[in-house]
Each structure stands twice: as C-alpha cells, then as structure tokens.
Design a protein around this ligand. Sequence first.
Ligand code: TXA
Ligand code: MG
Length: 350
Amino acid sequence: METKVNVLDSNNLDENILKEVANVIRNKGLVAFPTETVYGLGANALEPEAVKKIFLAKGRPQDNPLIIHIYDLDQISSLARNIPEISRKFMDKFWPGPMTIILEKTDLVPEVTSAGLSTIGIRMPKSIIARAIIKESGVPIAAPSANISGRPSPTDMERCVEDLKGKVDYIVGGEISEVGLESTIIDCTVTPPCILRPGGITLDMLKEVDKDIYIDQSIMKKPEKDFKPKAPGMKYRHYAPKAPVKIVNGELRKTIVRINEMVEAYRNDGKKVGIMATEETKDQYENALIISVGTRKNMDSIGRNLFETLRTFDDNEVDVILSEAFEEKGFGIAIMNRLKKSAGFNVIDV
Ligand code: TXA
Ligand code: MG
C-alpha cells in the first residue's frame, strides 16, 4: 500500500491536506495523526470495515477495544447512553485533554470498535491538528496508539513512519506529543469512578472532582495468570522495546552504585548495555549507552521522552536496558505504570 506522508502546521492548517485526510477517513481508510498524548491510528469509528483495518495494520488482538475521538461534546449523545452526572464534571474540567471516559455505548457503535463490550471509551483530544482532522472528517474517529502492537507508542511522525509505512493510507505529522503517555482512562460506568489507566490527568487532579475516585490496583502489579483487567489492553506485554528492561528501584545513590555494578557484569558477558538515566545522574555512569530521559525536577519531561528513549535504545541495538525508577506520585504513577509494563515488572529493589 502507498502511504502518503504530510506535515501540518498547527498555527496555519493547510486546508488541502485536511480535506485529503478527511476524505481518506470517510472512504474507510487509515490515517496516523498527532495527539497531545501519543500519535493515533485513526479510522471512522462507525464503519466496521474501516475499524477492522486498524486491528490488521497494528497486529492488535481482536479483544482489545478502541477509544473514540471526538471534537465536540454534541457528538457524545449518539455514541453513549446513561451518561452519569459525574462524567460530565470530568469532561467539563479536563476536556479537551488527555482523558478518556468509559461509558455505556449505543447501538450505533459497532461491535468491532468496542471489541464486543457494551461500553466505549471516548476522548476529546486537545491537539489542534487532531481536532481539525476529526472536525473535517465529520465522523468520530477510533484511534489506538499508532504503533505496531506491543511496541512503545510513537510521539512523533518519524516513529509512525517506522512502524506503519506501507500499512496505512496516510501519516500526518506536525507536532511532538507533549504528554508522551496515553490518556488517563476513567470508568464512569461504576460508582465511584475507577481509573483503569493512569495518564496526564492525575489521580490528585481527578480527586478534586470526585474525592472517591481510585486507581484499579491490579494495573500497577504484575498480572496474575488468569488476570482479567477492566481495560482489556492492560493485560498485554506493552510499551516494550526489543531489549529487556530492568528497573532499579531505591535511594538514588544506591541505584547508581547498583546500575554501575550491573553494567560491569553485563560487559564481562560481552553485552551492550543501555542506561536510562536522568539529567541529575547521567554523569555518574560509564561504559554504556547513557541516555537522559529528562529531569527529576520536571516529571513532565520524563513522561514526554519515555517512549522515544526506549525506542532510541532499540535503534542502537543494546542487549539490555537498565532504568532508574521514579516516585509513584502525581504524573510519576503513569510513568512507572508504563515503565514497569515495558520491563515486564522486572524491578530490582536496592
Ligand atoms: O491517549 C490515548 O488514549 C491514545 C491516543 C491516540 O488518543 N490512544 C490509546 O489507545 O492509547 P490504545 O488503543 O493504545 O489504548 C486504549 C486502551 C486499551 O488498554 C483498551 O483496553 C482500553 O483503552 N479501553 C478501550 N475501550 C475500553 C472499554 N470500553 N472498557 C475498558 N477499557 C477500554
Ligand atoms: Mg496502545
């Protein structure tokens, strides 16, 4: 398949490109496009034939439902029913933005989109480019992250091209995803509402709207054998680079000592090591490919660079990736959730 690639300028959107992209969506094609969380791989959410192509292009398991993207609140009434008051409060406060709400679906939403569930995830992204594409298409857009299933999600156009060129109709670039991690998912079909995936809208922020909201605890732990998470996607090995990831968790001084010891052991075995360090620690390692993922003074920088850093280790064909850990509070909860999943929950406490 021929994949067209084009870049949009969010300050000056090119109408011709927008029209071309919207046509692809309306004609049941696939378009990868930027959002503020990660890049999405979009299709008309209401066309089963179009949605099936998403699963094929990504190699995504059929039982993993998609999130529907809208640009206007008026679109919700045709997609969801029995919309609880509390979900309206979350929408008012955090949309457009990195938050997905799970609601009961209407019959208009095809089974493939919701993977057979009676509920559906809906998100109104903040990205100007994403919103313009949804608006111009005139239909709600189902979009998972624009990566091959299992790989770290793409946060820029080049990574989409790497994964999807030849498999989709169109790839649109124009911005680097500013959050860098996928949206916070809130199940609003239960009382109190429950966070199924932590993200840029943090638990503390959500508690200001509903003090009883909580994080589904199973998602921060290693999945049990017959673990059935409430967000089906959370059971798969995910966000994973090719090389195994090991997280060293503990006081920073001890972490540095342990990582340096591990580097020596791997080097004696002839292995090439990658270290995911931070601005504060990067100069304290040696004999490895050392990449700073961001500064501990600004957790947003770490979330933004996390997936791109994991992918850079793959580019350099390291045999193993050793990562520092981060405190599980605020945005750090989302960062550690993705990092632990990418490591298959391989955490070494020091
Ligand atoms: O930030 C995001 O949400 C990005 C961008 C593109 O918007 N999209 C994204 O989609 O992360 P995806 O498909 O990679 O992740 C969707 C997650 C999966 O874990 C899936 O199981 C869960 O949402 N999900 C979707 N519908 C659900 C539902 N009805 N009930 C529970 N979980 C659901
Ligand atoms: Mg994904």
